[in-house]
Ligand binder design. Structure first.
Ligand SMILES: C[S@@+](CC[C@H](N)C(=O)[O-])C[C@H]1O[C@@H](n2cnc3c(N)ncnc32)[C@H](O)[C@@H]1O
Length: 102
């Protein structure tokens, strides 16, 4: 699948990290500052069902929007967690393969 939920597109990103990250099926990826989830969904399409993508954002509004988008898009391999990435990233040590941010 190459599409993402339309409401995940905020148009505020400044790059295309997924194009350079060489993401493979089965990997676990973290997206810092995930917003409404666009990069998470792009990654989820690449890691497929055997992988997982975790989006981190500090605002309840963005987390809610991202979770709604995941539900409406039928994504079962994504999760959105609350956290201030400048303080403490809510991810265990040595639990992910790749970190991206846009
Ligand atoms: C410019 S938006 C980009 C969102 C998304 N990556 C995209 O490309 O559409 C930045 C996002 O990072 C979040 N953010 C900014 N500072 C943060 C911090 N210190 N910790 C966690 N999230 C943060 C904001 O809430 C916002 O959703």
């Amino acid at each position: 699948m190459n599409t993402v939920p339309e409401k995940s597109i905020l148009g505020v990103g400044c790059g295309a990290p997924v194009n350079f990250a060489n993401i493979k099926e089965g990997e676990t990826v973290v997206d810092l500052g995930s917003g409404a989830g666009i990069e998470v969904f792009l990654c989820a399409n690449k890691v497929r069902e055997s992988g997982k993508v975790i989006g981190i954002d500090m605002t309840d509004e963005m987390l809610q929007r991202a979770r709604n988008n995941a539900e409406q898009g039928g994504y079962s391999n994504v999760e959105f967690r609350k956290g201030d990435i400048e303080q403490k990233i809510p991810i265990g040590d040595n639990t992910v393969d790749l970190v991206i941010s846009n």
